[in-house]
Design a protein around this ligand. Structure first.
Ligand SMILES: Cc1cc2nc3c(=O)[nH]c(=O)nc-3n(C[C@H](O)[C@H](O)[C@H](O)COP(=O)(O)OP(=O)(O)OC[C@H]3O[C@@H](n4cnc5c(N)ncnc54)[C@H](O)[C@@H]3O)c2cc1C
Ligand code: FES
Length: 370
């Protein structure tokens, strides 16, 4: 959803927040847990919702020719975020509800949040954000999710490693380290096409000025060629001692994972992927029974949709984040039954296995720890 807040009503955000806090009582919330009522509230002001996080665009920064940062002021439904997490952004584009995921580039715990979006030629959401979304517009976002985060006690040696727009979640982490006055040793290696494509260039320069122990290495692939694992080891000779957080193109990250595996590095390597293989559509079969053992609910599937959607239709509220098999927030144990993985096509009947219900479709009666 995308609304325009009337700029002449500058007091509205405060009024909206006040109304939300007044009516955000359990008994009132129970009464109005219907989207019809929420739609009425939104009609009063687009920031007003008891069900959804709405966020007003308060600033738009041009980071590079094709990348913009949108600074957002969320409503009272926002529960905060950890650095490195992402949100799902929903917009109506050409009459269709479109949803895409964006990592936060702001540090976790900030009152305002930011997403940084690279324009993809012909990309539905990124073109829409770049061309149509202006300061004052109100966007609908999900609560923050994802497990690509720093521990509360960061290790003494860290490598932040990114390429292209994959810089966003590690930038959030760098901002967090600066804010918590982290005294350890950080190396930040970022690869992009050229100096003109360096997202957050001035912000990183000022963080570096404030953090003398931070070493920033920029690799320009148009000048130096693609950064390979040998170059990475040259830049960071003590790689094996550094817990690493990495985000960038899938093939490049696969090569770094292979380096860790082949060299037997014992330091942690955590990564975030911005894309996954397209999801298959499972063959519609006979309805099957899904027994959710933790909640005591059993329901019949209606079609071949993934188990997350089926469980939501049955009134359950399973934990989830990306809904495309990346973040593992929806992971649960399948006690018995057969499921199809909608990304790989693999069909599995193994008992007591961990499955991601957002990319699993039931092929027989199943029992879940849900
Ligand atoms: C965990 C996570 C975090 C992410 N964080 C970020 C982030 O911080 N910043 C960021 O910029 N992105 C991020 N992404 C990616 C983001 O979710 C979107 O995938 C991205 O913005 C592209 O969406 P889109 O709607 O613009 O493109 P889509 O419409 O989904 O198109 C995808 C691709 O197909 C191409 N395409 C579309 N239509 C056509 C056509 N007709 N002909 C030829 N090519 C076509 C587009 O060029 C584009 O490259 C993240 C993704 C994940 C999973
Ligand atoms: S919701 Fe992210 S993996 Fe399922």
């Amino acid at each position: 959803m995308q609304h325009t807040a009337n700029p002449s009503t500058k007091t509205w955000p405060r009024v909206a927040k006040r109304i939300t806090s007044l009516i955000d009582q359990p008994w009132i919330t129970a009464m109005v847990r219907s989207s019809a009522v929420d739609d009425t509230l939104s009609g009063l002001h687009p920031m007003l919702s008891l069900l959804q996080v709405r966020a007003r665009v308060v600033r738009i920064l041009n980071e590079t020719d094709d990348t913009k940062t949108f600074v957002l002021q969320p409503n009272a439904q926002w529960q905060g975020a950890q650095s490195g997490q992402f949100v799902r952004l929903q917009c109506e584009i050409n009459g269709r509800q479109i949803e895409r995921i964006y990592s936060l580039s702001s540090k976790g715990g900030s009152r305002r949040l930011a997403i940084t979006v690279k324009r993809q030629p012909l990309g539905l959401m990124s073109e829409h954000l770049h061309h149509n979304v202006k300061v004052g517009h109100v966007l609908t976002i999900s609560p923050a999710a994802g497990e690509f985060t720093l521990p509360s006690l960061p290790p003494s040696k860290i490598l932040l490693l990114s390429a292209g727009s994959g810089i966003t979640p590690v930038m959030s982490m760098l901002r967090d380290l600066q804010a918590q006055q982290y005294a350890g040793d950080v190396v930040f290696v970022h690869s992009c096409a050229s100096p003109e494509d360096r997202i957050f260039a001035s912000a990183i320069d000022s963080i570096q000025a404030a953090m003398p122990q931070l070493r920033v290495i920029s690799h320009y692939s148009r000048i130096q060629g693609r950064m390979d694992t040998q170059q990475l080891q040259n830049y960071v000779p003590d790689l094996t001692e550094r817990d690493t957080w990495m985000c960038g193109p899938a093939v490049w990250m696969d090569s770094i994972h292979a380096l860790w595996a082949s060299q037997g590095f014992t330091s942690k390597l955590q990564s975030e992927r911005f894309s996954t293989a397209p999801m298959r559509t499972a063959e519609p079969g006979e309805p099957v029974a899904v027994a959710c053992e933790t909640s005591g609910v059993t329901f019949q599937t209606k079609d071949a949709q993934n188990l997350l959607v089926q469980a939501e239709r049955a009134g359950l509220k399973p934990k989830h984040g990306c809904r495309i098999g990346i973040c593992r927030s929806c992971q649960c144990i399948k006690r018995s039954g057969t499921v199809e993985n909608l990304i790989t096509g693999e069909v599995s009947s193994t008992p007591n296995e961990l499955i991601r219900i957002c990319v699993s479709s039931a092929r027989s009666d199943v029992a879940l720890d849900l």
